[in-house]
Design a protein around this ligand. Sequence first.
Ligand code: SF4
Length: 303
Amino acid sequence: MKEKDLSIRIRSLLKEKNGIILAHNYQPPEIQDIADLTGDSLELSRKAAQTDAEVIVFAGVLFMAETASILCPEKTVILPRLDATCPMADMIDAEDIIDFKKDNPNVPVITYVNSTASVKAETDICCTSANCIKVVNSMDTDKVFMCPDQNLAKYSSKHTEKKVLFWEGYCPVHHNLRANDVINAKKEHPDALFLAHPECREEVLDIADVIASTSGMLKTVAKSQYQEFIIGTESGIIYPMQKLALDKKFYDPGKKLICPNMKKTGLNDVLAALETMENIVKIPEDIRIKALSAVKEMIKITG
Ligand code: SF4
């Protein structure tokens, strides 16, 4: 089927089933174009919870569909490709957190939303890349533990007096970017502003002009006087940036920032998932309640 016909069929099925498509900022352009909402993972799930849609098709990776299921238990959440997982989320499991808590009963566990539902469920509080510093500083202990991303933890530790213990997980995509890639990109584009995601290594963040989440980067691009940007996050974000600022230029440093899992979902997969309604992601209620509590703790602090 041609792209246009696929899109027509998908929209018709969505109408029939009262469904919406959520697409993460890193998804391929054709998926972002057909989506009802685009954005970062938590933002999408929170917005979806406010709609009256009964079916949510989450074009992203598994932990994102899990988060939608945690926040929208009455809705049917579908992940078009069940094999679209996040290697960083899979670097830690619930048992690891339970073990840590046994050994460190007074150290709060702060879990990045890029994690599985069962890890969130064992956690005291969640955080995002945008609010991690606020969450860390809100804890009434002098020591915290952050997981699964070591880079987010190291970044947070630079903005707090607290001792930040961390799990040594990492996003293979962001971790792959090195300072030298950025230095070379800056030489090639001397007038560009370098935006880096906090999942990048410390050596990369040290030379960033702006450190921001994907939503923060989009806001920066929209407001900035700069005309050129080097983008230190998954390159899929360049598509919505370009739509937001047609006259500006965006560069991918080193051309290595591609997450294969984020690129798995095609229009064919979205259509098949809606036709079969088979790829449902549903979190068991006991885990969901505990994971939701960690998300709510974060929302209490950050709004
Ligand atoms: S970009 Fe990194 S954190 Fe995001 S899904 Fe891919 S591996 Fe996971």
